[in-house]
Design a protein around this ligand. Sequence first.
Ligand code: C5P
Length: 241
Amino acid sequence: MSDTVTDRDNKRVIVALDVAGAEAAFGLLEELDRDMCRVKVGKQLFTSCGPELVKGIVNRGFDVFLDLKFHDIPNTVAGAVKAAADLGVWMVNIHASGGRAMMEAAANALANDGNQSPLLIGVTVLTSLSSDDLAEIGINSTAEDQVKRLASLSDNCGLDGVVCSAAETAMLRPLLPESFCLVTPGIRRPEDAVGDQKRVVGPSEAIRNGSTYLVVGRPITQAASPRESLAAFYEAVSGVM
Ligand code: C5P
């Protein structure tokens, strides 16, 4: 497990770099302070710009959450997380529904890597899926029970945390060790546009309920001043951190 878990209180906002290309991504980084936030590179930006962009962001001193949600046979996922570690990322994620062997293979690949390993995070149930959607693919638990099951399994397989809805943190926190990270998107202050998020949670409520890291995209990236918007998120959580 990376020692960055211990310093998590300093930079609990992860800014989602959901932009189309390198120019926009680096333009945004100019507006952000690497000592105040971490950044998330997802499938769109990675697919268009590739590992060179990730290395460029890492070289600018930012901690990168590589959000590629790997899901494959154990050997392939172990190789993929190892390749992510070689890029110098701070956090990487895999689908917990890939099962125990896949998760353990990924955790072992990082543990045996020798270098400073990224945090390994599981994706439980995508928040876009309802209990009906799960039934249609043969999963007959409620979405809530499946989230609990996969979060506990992730912990049991040696992962460092899970991505979950901030609305699920109060339910999950008592089931998991204090050091287990809950990484939560869907965060909005009252004055922020909700956009396409279905259920949003305020930053201070998310922290109070047990979120470790807050993933925030458009309220920061589309603000007139991303720097000021980021500062406003910290201000919002200052009493609860
Ligand atoms: O712009 P916004 O703050 O809504 O961005 C949230 C980020 O978190 C996006 O990158 C989105 O893909 C990601 N995310 C999410 N909900 C999930 C998992 C990831 O919003 N369940």
